[in-house]
Design a protein around this ligand. Structure first.
Ligand SMILES: [Fe+2]
Length: 366
C-alpha cells in the first residue's frame, strides 16, 4: 500500500463556530477580500455574522461570483484583490465562491494572465492565504486544493489544483446552510454523494480514505431527504458528510462520473451536483459490468438497496435520470465523449474505458 495524506486545512466544525472567525485570523492581517455571491451572502446570515466580527479589518467585498465561475470573474476578482492590497481571501458561499476565492488568491500574487496560465504558464509565487466558510453542503471545496472554472469561449470546465490553495482554515458552521432552498440542498447533497462514491472507487484511494468515503455515502443516503426539508439535525449531518467527501476527493480525486457530467453543465446549464446525479445510475450500471473492482462497486450498489436502489433514490429527489428530459440530444453524445476521454481522470477509473463506452453510458440513460 502506498499513499500520501496531506490536509493542511484547519477544520473548525460546529453550530455557531462562525463566531471564532476573528480569533483565527493571523495577527498582522489588515486587509481582507471577501469573495462571495451577493444573494447567498445576505440570505445565509453570513453577512451579519462575518462583518460583525471583522470590524477591526479593512474589508473589500467582491460579491459577483456566479454559478460555475468564469475566467472573467477570476480576472475581475484578482484585479480587486491587487488594488485593495488584500492579504487574505475569504470565500463565503457554495463551491463557486470558494473556488473563485482560491483562484483569486493564486493569481493575486502573480503577474500571470489567466488565459496564459490555463495554457501552461506557471504560477511561481505562493497564493495569498485562503479561508472558507461554506453555506451549502456538497462541494467539499472547504477542504480541497481544487478550484474549477469555466472557459466560456472554449465551452469547457478546467480544474485548477495547487497545494497552496488549500484553505488555511475553514469554518464549517452548519447554521450558515439552514437557509439553502430545497433544490440547492438536493443538488449539493448529491454532489457530496458522488464525490464519496467516486473517491471510494478511484484507483488513488487507500483504506483510510475509504472510511471517510463510505461514511459520507451512508450519511447522505440517510439524511438528504430530511435535510432538503429543513430538518436541522439532518442538515448538520450533511455538512459533516460534505466535508468527509471533500477530504476523500482531496486524496483520491473524482473519476469518470464527474468528467462525464461536465458537458451537461457547460452546454445545458444543469447544476453541477444534479448533473452527476442524473448520470449516477448509468455510471454504476456500467461499473457493475466493466469494473475490475467488482466488490467495491457492489458495496456501493448494495448501500442503495434500502432506499429502493440507485435510480429510485435519485428520481425520489425529483431528479429525472433520462437525459432526454433535459432537452439533450443523442447527436451531442459524440462531442461529450470526445471531451471526456482525453481527461486524466479516465486513468484512475477502475475499468478499461473507451470513447464508445462513454457514448454507450450516455445513450443508456437517454
Ligand atoms: Fe463535484
Amino acid at each position: 500500500m502506498n499513499f500520501n495524506y496531506y490536509l493542511p486545512t484547519e477544520i473548525i466544525f460546529g453550530c455557531g463556530k462562525v463566531k471564532e472567525l476573528n480569533r483565527l485570523i493571523d495577527k498582522g492581517t489588515d486587509n481582507i477580500l471577501i469573495v462571495t455571491d451577493k444573494n447567498v451572502f445576505e440570505k445565509s446570515g453570513a453577512q451579519g455574522a462575518v462583518l460583525n466580527r471583522l470590524k477591526d479589518f479593512r474589508i473589500e467585498i467582491f460579491d459577483e461570483v456566479e454559478e460555475n465561475p468564469s475566467f472573467r470573474t477570476l480576472i475581475k476578482g484578482t484585479k480587486i484583490a491587487k488594488e485593495s492590497n488584500a492579504q487574505l481571501i475569504l470565500g463565503i458561499g457554495g463551491g463557486s465562491p470558494m473556488d473563485a476565492a482560491k483562484g483569486i488568491a493564486a493569481f493575486a500574487t502573480n503577474e500571470v494572465n489567466v488565459n496564459d496560465f490555463f495554457e501552461g504558464d506557471d504560477l511561481s509565487k505562493d497564493p495569498l492565504p485562503v479561508v472558507c466558510l461554506p453555506t451549502t453542503s456538497g462541494t467539499g471545496s472547504e477542504v480541497t486544493p481544487y478550484a474549477i472554472f469555466t472557459d466560456m469561449e472554449k465551452g469547457k470546465k478546467v480544474c485548477f489544483s495547487k497545494p497552496g490553495i488549500f484553505p488555511k482554515f475553514s469554518i464549517i458552521d452548519p447554521e450558515l446552510s439552514y437557509s439553502m432552498p430545497e433544490h440547492v440542498a438536493i443538488n449539493t447533497g448529491v454532489d457530496a454523494l458522488t464525490h464519496a462514491i467516486e473517491a471510494y472507487l478511484s484507483l488513488q484511494t487507500f483504506p483510510m480514505n475509504d472510511l471517510f468515503a463510505i461514511e459520507a455515502v451512508k450519511t447522505v443516503l440517510e439524511n438528504l431527504t430530511r435535510a432538503s426539508q429543513k430538518d436541522k439535525v439532518a442538515m448538520n449531518k450533511l455538512a459533516y458528510a460534505s466535508m468527509q467527501a471533500g477530504i476523500s476527493i482531496t486524496h483520491a480525486s473524482t473519476i469518470l462520473l464527474h468528467i462525464m457530467a461536465y458537458p451537461l453543465t457547460v452546454f445545458h446549464g444543469i447544476p453541477h451536483g444534479k448533473a452527476n446525479a442524473i448520470l449516477l445510475p448509468a455510471f454504476l450500471e456500467f461499473m457493475k459490468r466493466k469494473s475490475f473492482l467488482k466488490q467495491k462497486v457492489n458495496t456501493i450498489w448494495d448501500m442503495f438497496e434500502e432506499f429502493g436502489g440507485v435510480n429510485n433514490f435519485i428520481t425520489g429527489l425529483n431528479i429525472p435520470t433520462r437525459l432526454s428530459s433535459y432537452g439533450i440530444r443523442k447527436e451531442e453524445f459524440k462531442n461529450f465523449a470526445r471531451d471526456t476521454i482525453i481527461k486524466d481522470d479516465i486513468k484512475i477509473t477502475p475499468a478499461e474505458v473507451t470513447e464508445e463506452d462513454i457514448i454507450e453510458i450516455y445513450t443508456s440513460t437517454f
